[in-house]
Design a protein around this ligand. Structure first.
Ligand code: HEC
Length: 336
């Protein structure tokens, strides 16, 4: 190696150390997952049960109790698979069932952290292929056999602490019961509807949240208000792995914002009969829309898997779960 290229290399190293605040960042560790206890949970098929549905007594038996502060988890954690059966078969809240789709997926989650990173490991059984009758070739997303996503609530989104993802799932989202017709989409200012549908949002981003008419999608607050909400933490962070290889990172406020992010590293592979997905994420918030994670605290998370080449709402989801960094939670991250 020439002296010049050595000097350049040194300069580059120094520059990166300076960018990261003077001290070089420690690289993520290899976690010995065998020594970490797994939290076991069940992801279930939710059909078209939006937040508006959850809050309406004639739709949802738990509406009153939920409004009085009960968590979804308290009532439903033992029966997730039975719930999934009702929606996946079309017996409840599902207009376009996929024949043969599994009602639920058992999921094992492990978590650990060190001074700089949160590490997670997800494992679940791969399922049989059930062709989707309304997708060409039976696959909605032929490039991705699975996708795994996690939302993190930093504690500032209304109802998220008791409902996890649900507060971002609405009746007027893509393929949901009151989704606006494509021709009407231009009416919404402040969100991007070019893809032909409305993505997830949190109710705080709208000037109204009408759970009867369920037409809140285009009542977007002015940009200055949305900027203030983002700054103040009123968003759900979103992390996603695609089995084609991408690691994406973003958040949900007025809409879903999701981009490739080198600061989040997912890996995944089918290991025998199971999918194993691992994630490394900096504890510190590295961008707007990221939650600053701290040891000794718990965060509500929601986990979703799109199995069998599905997309959009045709996923399996967890109830609200708590991730505790050496703190209370169904998923316990232990310091390594
Ligand atoms: C106080 C207990 C309670 C709470 C809290 C609660 N639910 Fe329910 N939920 C019920 C009852 C009761 C039913 C109706 C069950 C039936 O008809 O057999 C139900 C039905 C459902 C169903 C349809 C499947 C089924 O078994 O009928 C879904 C999905 C559901 N709840 C999701 C949620 C979510 C998500 C939350 C939190 C946002 C939540 N529930 C909070 C009690 C509750």
């Amino acid at each position: 190696m020439s002296i010049l290229s050595r000097t350049t290399m040194l300069a580059t190293l120094l520059a990166s150390a300076l960018v990261s605040g003077g001290a070089a960042q420690a690289a993520p560790k290899e976690i010995n997952w065998g020594s970490v206890a797994a939290a076991k949970t069940v992801l279930f098929y939710p059909g078209q049960t939006s937040m508006e549905w959850i809050l309406t007594g004639t739709d949802h038996g738990g509406a009153r109790a939920f409004k009085k502060n009960d968590r979804c988890f308290e009532c439903h954690s033992e029966e997730a698979a039975d719930m999934g059966t009702k929606m996946v078969t079309g017996a409840k809240a599902e207009k376009t069932p996929i024949p043969g789709k599994r009602p639920a997926i058992p999921l094992q989650v492990k978590a650990a952290y060190d001074a700089e990173y949160l590490y997670m490991r997800f494992e679940f059984p791969a399922g049989p292929h059930s062709p989707v009758p309304f997708a060409q070739g039976g696959k909605m997303d032929p490039a991705n056999e699975i996708k795994l996503a996690m939302m993190i609530d930093g504690g500032k989104v209304d109802m998220a602490a008791r409902s996890g993802c649900w507060t971002s799932c609405h009746s007027d989202n893509r393929d949901m019961p009151t989704a606006p017709a494509a021709a009407a989409l231009g009416a919404a200012k402040g969100i991007d509807t070019k893809a032909g549908f409305v993505t997830k949002y949190v109710p705080e981003s709208r000037t109204q949240f009408d759970t009867t008419k369920r037409d809140n999608w285009d009542k977007v607050k002015p940009q200055a208000d949305l900027d203030a909400l983002l700054k103040g933490g009123s968003f759900l962070e979103l992390l996603r792995y695609k089995s084609s290889g991408a690691s994406e990172h973003g958040y949900i406020l007025a809409e879903r914002v999701l981009k490739a992010d080198p600061a989040v590293a997912f890996t995944g592979k089918k290991d025998g009969a199971n999918w194993v997905v691992t994630m490394t994420r900096k504890l510190k918030a590295d961008q707007p829309g990221a939650v600053n994670l701290e040891a000794g605290k718990s965060y509500v998370v929601g986990i979703a898997v799109h199995d069998d080449f599905t997309s959009g709402r045709f996923h399996h989801v967890s109830l609200d779960l708590k991730l505790g960094l050496d703190a209370e939670g169904e998923i316990k991250a232990v310091k390594q």
